[in-house]
Design a protein around this ligand. Sequence first.
Ligand code: HDD
Length: 682
Amino acid sequence: MSDQNREHKNKKDAQLEKDRVEDKGKKLTTNQGLKMAEDEFSLKAGERGPTLMEDFHFREKMTHFDHERIPERIVHARGFAAHGEFELYKSMEKYTKADFLTDTSKKTPTFVRFSTVAGNRGSAETVRDARGFATKFYTEEGNYDLVGNNIPVFFIQDAIKFPDLVHALKPEPHNEMPQAASAHDTFWDFIANNQESAHMVMWAMSDRAIPRSFRMMEGFGVHTFRLVNAQDESFFVKFHWKPVLGTHSVVWDEAQKINGKDPDFHRGDLWNSIEEGDYPEYELGIQVIPEEDEFKFDFDVLDPTKLWPEEDVPVEIIGKMTLNRNVDNVFAETEQVAFHPGHVVPGIDFTNDPLLQGRLFSYTDTQLIRLGGPNFHELPINRPVCPFHNNQRDGYGRHTINKGPVSYHKNSLWDNTPETASKEEGGYEHYHEKVEGRKVRARSESFKDHFSQATLFWNSMSEPEKQHIINAFSFELGKVESESVRKQVVDMFANVSMDLAKGFADNIGLEAPSNGGSDVTKSSPALSQENTVKSPKTRKVAVIVGEGFKGNALNDIFNTFKSEGVAAEIVSNKQGKLKGEDGTEVAIDHTFQTADPVLFDAVYIAGGDLNNKSFKQSAVYYASEAFKHFKPIGGSFEGTQLLKENDFTDHKGVVVGDDASTFASDFVEAIAAHRHWSRELV
Ligand code: HDD
């Protein structure tokens, strides 16, 4: 669809319009605008002769193709993005002077890129990994980037260790295996020998690292940042994105299967939900600690391996972001977007978190190699929506045509313009923090407690979540060949919890140390996904239907699904249409070959003729996979019979019934619960 005829959603959308090109229906030309009469045959000396050097069209086409690829991101290579808007619920002027956080009348355009960390650009998406959650706010005062993850803490405390962490995590260099996985020797060797990683490892082994959808994960700025108000008062702040649909995960067996059945599972989910108008929404929350309270906690607020328990420092919800537009071109937008934690606006500033300080160098540096030079800020997706003027000039791929002779400061020819702005005019001034100290390569004593919050996280988990963590350690360490590394990891996590260490040590043929454990008893209920929002909205149900189904009942059930926001997709043994006993026709969305139960949130066997042997086998396969993954299962009419015969009924989350309205509402409730873990405990 040409965008020229549609109303632009916001200033960024309108700005991008200038660079959008519609090729459909146009004549094919060279890059010089020359219409070409032929595009399939190179210019040859005779029909069977050699290609001629003169063939400028061939040379141009081939050269461009040969140069199409750019280096992928060193981390977060696999990602997907969408445009959106941020609206502020209430002014935050008590904490910050940032325009987009004080003016509630403004809607700020945003661009969000979600990503995995370890895998390459073509890797699968439901791997066990942290997810990047990077947001660019195109504010009137310049771009502000919140470059966060779906895990609120980080593996290391000092940026100088980042290359080591990433080398250990990425595929091992001698054989480039495994792809997009932390389940290998070098990663766990790094963990055991860098024990500050304990807390983040707990998150990475938890269900948080296998999200159901980008739409159902939290985002965290991770670092403690600084807000500064108009009176120059400063506050420590942590940023949170809270998904309106709640925080939900898949189970590990399912995650691994999805990687094969649909390696694009997460991007497809994001793309489709936006195309269908189910816009993903995230509320922005802040935790604030006044400067004078800096030392009131049992952790250092500058330590990026620590979170601020929400029960101690409440999250104040201040606004909402809605992702409402897919990109037009993945390379131009998603691949070329350049995030940087150093892209700030007046009212937002940094702290001395040593991880944050190092990031402030790395991001520009990486864009220089990745995007080929210093002009990446001119790429359409990166350009601010406010004007920008300075004396920076030239470089590869310069777009801006700066007029006139002056490109230096100070000058008299242009009255010293472009001129700096005073603070009152919106000029950025760094917070006047007092710092003094000796130059040392050292870590503060206050950063040395690596285990208390790892235990806090463990204590906060429900029983199924704890079991999933034990299973994840067992899987990951089961793939580690070095017994010494495995043993070191068992010993390390005995500091977090003996139940945990014993739980997985046994599974990997080792013993937990006889003494260990933690005396931390505190927990933070906000960390458990058991306490998240439960909603049936946008959940996908595989509806298995055979010929001769009960048309009226199915219609009623579909109407309830629709009104509750549940998406029903019909799966059957072949493509085309199915006829109900009353003549009702339904179109089949997927066949048993093209879909799989792991791609759905629930399975409903609606009935009809299920007697064909392979049909029946497929229906049972759908039910058994859904059962194994704790998903809701529904059955009516012949479907109930099939579920009964195969012992699926009489379990939590299995709903059967022929009365359309009771069945539909009970089944929707089971869908909203997401997963029925008590099946695991019986
Ligand atoms: Fe980073 C990319 C998040 C620590 C160096 N990082 C990158 C992206 C996200 C994060 C979401 C992808 C952005 C996009 O979609 O384009 N990184 C984090 C978080 C961290 C963190 C939440 C800890 C709190 N990162 C971190 C450190 C360093 C880097 C300590 C180096 C000192 N990160 C990079 C990078 C990347 C990057 C190499 C790769 C591609 C890019 O920047 O643009 O510079």
